[in-house]
Design a binder for this molecule. Structure first.
Ligand code: NAD
Ligand code: GLY
Length: 370
């Protein structure tokens, strides 16, 4: 098994990210090496548990630890107060102690929810991320953002709670549906669009290999993405500055997801894909970015089978005014002003405060026309 090991170097809370095929089978050894208590509480969802829970449990038990699990319904609706309450109840019923470990086995939904539950039970239990979607392997499992969704918006209630280990098994992606792979690919491309134009070009040139999960390209894409994310998180753990760059495309994406009702009609990665294309289009229109950048981004997304415009998504049934209202409630918004991550070119993203609402409105009005 060839694996790569990266470090997220946070004082007092540093941890490893292990990436490679077969990492799950070795999870017990990695978890035992953390030298916590004897009990592990695994949180997963039905889809993931069917394929990967027995192997993880066996690996943990063969390392001399005991493993209990809670298997939740799949989907964004699981990131709710109701499910959080049930999960916290199960952890308390299991008498988890502070020295025990929670393991999140799944995509970003399970990682965000289990990380949050671990952060609040007994004022904080350590947890391990075992991400099983491409999106979670390159983004959500690293950096310690945990949250649930509330009627007022997505991810609005949560904690920064860093995992103590991330185990990303590329072989676990073999069971991931192609649409979910494409959604994760959008997040990989996003890293290049933010700060590394050669990486964006490389990702675009190797889209087929990455999406077909064959060869070393997938591992390279994950490792490079995690390395970039680790450096950003080390520099700005709590998003006081440059971490906000990781939200390229997200102001638009969150509004799209809100209008789609978090229903699976539009996946998070799909919304991010369209959001990135719109962020480049807005940057061009504001004269910040050379002409042709947005069409390049759109062509890369389309070549990977991703939506590149709102018109590529199912009907959202919304208006530009409604979308702008949602954007004003974005976590980045400050004093009611619209804040976007924009770009001076591919690989040159920056945070733009107080973006002209009229320019955004015109862009959205055109984008929403069918
Ligand atoms: P997800 O967790 O809903 O997983 C997508 C689907 O794939 C689910 O149906 C799941 O059951 C299934 N699945 C997962 N792994 C599988 C596998 N190996 N084989 C078969 N099926 C599998 O979605 P996601 O895209 O991983 O995550 C999206 C969530 O992540 C959103 O809630 C988003 O807000 C959050 N997120 C968080 C951060 C962060 O920094 N914390 C960053 C980005 C996204
Ligand atoms: N996904 C954005 C972040 O972790 O900051």
């Amino acid at each position: 098994m060839s694996t790569e090991r990266l470090r997220v170097d946070l004082a007092g809370r540093a941890y490893d990210i292990v990436v490679g095929a077969g990492v799950l089978a070795a999870a017990g050894r990695e978890i035992a090496a953390l030298k916590r208590g004897k009990r592990v509480f695994i949180v997963s969802d039905d889809h993931v548990a069917k394929h990967h829970l027995p192997g993880l449990k066996a690996s943990i038990e063969s390392a001399g630890l005991s493993a209990q699990s809670a298997v939740l319904p799949p989907g964004e609706a699981t990131k709710s107060f109701g499910v959080l309450e049930q999960l916290v109840g199960s952890m308390l019923d299991a008498n988890l102690e502070r020295s025990d470990l929670v393991v999140a086995l799944g995509g970003g939904v399970i990682g965000d929810l289990a990380g949050f539950a671990a952060g609040i039970v007994k004022r904080g239990i350590d947890y391990v991320q075992v991400p099983t979607t491409l999106l979670a392997q390159v983004d959500s499992s690293v950096g310690g953002k945990t949250a649930i969704d509330v009627p007022q918006g997505k991810n609005l209630v949560g904690l920064f709670h860093q995992p103590c280990l991330v185990l990303a098994d590329t072989a676990a992606l073999s069971t991931l549906p192609p649409r979910e792979m494409r959604a994760g690919y959008a997040e990989v491309l996003k890293y290049g669009l933010i700060s590394d134009a050669p990486f964006a070009e490389w990702v675009a040139a190797h889209a087929d290999a990455i999406l077909n999960k064959a060869g070393p390209e997938l591992t390279r894409a994950i490792v490079t993405s995690c390395r970039m994310k680790a450096r950003v998180v080390e520099a700005d753990e709590r998003e006081a500055g440059q971490r906000a760059l990781l939200n390229l495309g997200h102001t638009f994406a969150h509004a799209i997801e809100a209008c789609a009702g978090y229903s699976g009609k539009v996946l998070h990665g799909e919304a991010v894909a369209v959001g990135c294309a719109l962020a480049f289009e807005l940057s061009e229109r504001l004269g910040l970015c050379p002409g042709g950048s947005a069409s390049r981004v759109r062509s890369w997304l389309k070549a990977a089978g991703l939506p590149a415009a709102i018109s590529d998504l199912p009907e959202l049934g919304t208006t530009e005014d409604e979308m702008i209202e949602i954007m004003r409630q974005d976590k980045k918004a400050s004093g009611g002003k619209l804040v976007f991550v924009l770009a001076r070119g591919i690989g040159q993203a920056f945070v733009a405060k107080d973006v002209d609402a009229a320019a955004v409105k015109t862009l959205l009005a055109q984008a929403l026309k069918r």
